[in-house]
Design a protein around this ligand. Structure first.
Ligand code: ZN
Length: 332
């Protein structure tokens, strides 16, 4: 996208926020069925992107489920962020939906978030609440697990406090009600769609493979992981140390990508998070793997524009998906 387009979109959001502030309209009034029908930041038509729904599921027929929780670009009216919009957009796994757009035609189930990750991170537990963001006490459970708390401290809980570069996203405290509304409007239907897709795949075929699709910067940002400044491999395959998928299946994914000439890391620096943890059970032939793709392979990380090289990457992803479609995990 051209930087001028980014500026235009940012100004649109600011103008909307100022208008609402001037009229005294509370943020929750804007949480309506049309809250997700913004023009796409990349200029595409809103209706094609969102259909007014924050989650897009496309049921398949095979044992394979793919989901993309971070590629959404429909910024809701009531986000009311205060940071630079271009900086905010670096939180997206921009274009990951496009990289896998061949998959539904091959029989894979597909689930995609249309809301942006910086509005609500669907790959977090709803207990990963950053209480420092709120203007009053959170009435429900708050995570106490040290591993989860380290992400919250980085500003990367369910609702992000800071961008990957550590910039504050808001200049205000959020209300408990608006966070609860984000959960019910985004997290609940997204997780329901992933769970239903995996259940349907498993019911029909007796086993399921879930590929949780992400992208990562070429170099880890200051506040993005516990390893700032680390140069990433082309792919990172994560199965939370072989607890969300059989090691044999994960090795098959690693070997396939290595065989195509890519560098591949396993469980470092990304092991997989909530979506692979929550719905997997390898002993019952429900396998979930997180796959991170290095953005340098397909996009300009500054302008967010797709590079021509995305076509070669897409062909590689299609060969991986075909490999998984031909894999019966019960015989591995
Ligand atoms: Zn992601």
């Amino acid at each position: 996208m051209h930087p001028a387009d980014l500026l235009k979109i940012r100004n649109l959001h600011r103008a909307g926020a100022q208008q609402r502030a001037a009229t005294g309209a509370p943020p929750l009034k804007t949480m309506t069925a049309t809250a997700f029908s913004h023009p796409r930041p990349d200029g595409g038509p809103a209706s094609a992107q969102t259909n007014g729904s924050p989650v897009h599921p496309a049921p398949g027929t095979s044992h394979l489920v793919l989901d993309s929780p971070h590629s959404g670009t429909a910024y809701p009216d009531d986000f009311l962020f205060a940071c630079d919009f271009a900086a905010l957009r670096t939180a997206e796994d921009t274009h990951v939906d496009k990289l896998y757009d061949f998959a539904p035609a091959l029989g894979a189930h597909w689930v995609e978030a249309r809301f942006p990750r910086s509005y609500l991170d669907a790959n977090r537990s709803i207990s990963e609440i950053d209480v420092t963001l709120l203007d009053s006490a959170w009435p429900d459970e708050v995570a106490k697990d040290p591993a989860l708390l380290s992400k919250v401290r980085l500003g990367k809980g369910l609702i992000w406090r800071t961008t990957d570069e550590g910039l504050p996203i808001y200049d205000r405290q959020l209300t408990v009600e608006e966070v609860q509304a984000r959960i019910s409007r985004c997290w609940v239907p997204y997780h329901a769609a992933v769970r239903e897709a995996i259940d349907a795949a498993h019911r029909r075929n007796g086993y399921s493979i879930h590929l949780n699709c992400h992208s990562m910067p070429a170099v880890a940002s200051a506040s993005a992981t516990d390893f700032p400044g680390e140069a990433h491999a082309d792919f990172v395959v994560g199965d939370r140390d072989a607890t969300t998928a059989s090691a044999a299946l994960s090795q098959r994914v690693c070997q396939h990508l290595t065989g195509l000439g890519y560098s591949v890391a396993y469980n470092h620096p990304y092991k997989g998070v909530e979506l692979v943890r929550r719905y997997s059970s390898p002993g019952q032939h429900r396998h979930s793997i997180q796959l991170e793709i290095n953005r340098k392979l397909y996009m300009d990380e500054k302008t967010l524009e797709l590079k021509d090289s995305h076509l070669a990457l897409k062909a590689s992803l299609q060969s991986l998906v075909e490999k998984l479609l031909g894999t019966d995990t019960r015989t591995l």
